[in-house]
Ligand binder design. Structure first.
Ligand SMILES: [Fe+2]
Length: 306
């Protein structure tokens, strides 16, 4: 039986995505007509679950972003429409991709104010959490934050740090194995910092703690847990700690880090760059996340644009 219509653009089940991947196409279109009714219902259920939680737990800039993007509760967004609202605010755009984006390319996109965006949506049976990104995570979890100028500058700054890491590996290492070890550590440090801020960050807002990390903003269970659970450790972000702190992606996070403001976060990414330049990210604590061949290759063989 042909069930391609029912499956539509469901994560890990879409033939459209499989075809793009088999042709090696990373940047793709969003074939909107392929979303099934089931896909649209999944969006509706996720949005209905999250909206009251955003109002309670999300930081004010995120809520403004949701309004500015005119996200709709009843239909999966069209990237072209999102970009019409987004680009004038921060210069950012959401760019459809067929799957995993190697680390250097991902950071390079950020540096150029474009955000690699998954267009598939999770299956209806796994509403609360899935390890892969989907359009709900990327558009409803990440992109509202990109409407804020200061936050968007933080992402660009990440891209600049990655570029510096690639340049440094080229300039400083004597042998190939030395280059690989150094870049592997740099990527691990950057991935950890990104995880504990952009994906799972908390921020002070008056006397409260609010969520700005997209992994939390797109999970109806974990967003509440992050703020209310007595079993979550919440600490002021300390750079030296975060770059050495491993994490696991398939469970609620037991440890979260708090920043004061987006100015503070920007300053921290500046500090990350200084640490990189001083060699402090060349030998970080081992453990998750693992850095794969594609990530390494993307840094070591990067075509570095000025
Ligand atoms: Fe994400």
């Amino acid at each position: 039986m042909d069930n391609s219509h029912d499956v539509g653009l469901t994560t890990t089940q879409s033939t459209y995505i499989e075809k793009a991947q088999s042709k090696g196409q990373l940047y793709i279109q969003q074939p909107y007509e392929l979303y099934s009714e089931g896909n649209q219902r999944t969006w509706q259920r996720l949005y209905a679950n999250l909206l009251p939680k955003w109002k309670k737990y999300a930081n004010a800039k995120f809520l403004t972003g949701v309004e500015n993007l005119m996200l709709k509760p009843d239909s999966i967004p069209k990237l072209s429409e999102i970009n019409q609202f987004l680009s004038p605010l921060s210069g950012f755009e959401a760019k459809a991709v067929s799957g995993y984006v190697p680390a250097y390319l991902f950071f390079e996109c950020l540096r150029n104010r474009s955000f690699p965006t998954t267009i598939t949506i999770r299956g209806g049976e796994s509403l609360d959490y899935l390890p892969e990104p989907d359009i709900f995570h990327d558009i409803a979890g990440h992109v509202p934050m990109h409407t804020d100028r200061k936050f968007s500058d933080v992402l660009v700054r990440f891209g600049e740090v990655a570029q510096l890491a690639a340049l440094r590996a080229r300039a400083m290492t004597q042998s190939e194995s030395e280059g690989i070890a150094m870049v592997e550590n740099n990527i691990k440090a950057m991935a950890r910092f990104f995880w504990f801020t952009i994906e799972f960050g908390l921020m002070k807002q008056g006397n409260d703690l609010k969520v700005y990390g997209s992994g939390l903003l797109s999970s109806s269970g974990e967003i509440k847990n992050a703020i209310e659970s007595p079993h979550v450790q919440r600490h002021d972000l300390q750079l030296e700690w975060v770059v050495n702190q491993h994490f696991e992606i398939d469970r609620y996070q037991p440890l979260l880090f708090v920043v004061d403001s987006f100015d503070h976060l920007f300053q921290l990414v500046d500090d990350l760059q200084k640490h990189l330049q001083d060699g402090k990210l060349d030998n970080v604590a081992p453990g998750e996340p693992l850095v794969n061949e594609k990530d390494l290759g993307s840094f070591l063989n990067a075509e570095i644009d000025p």
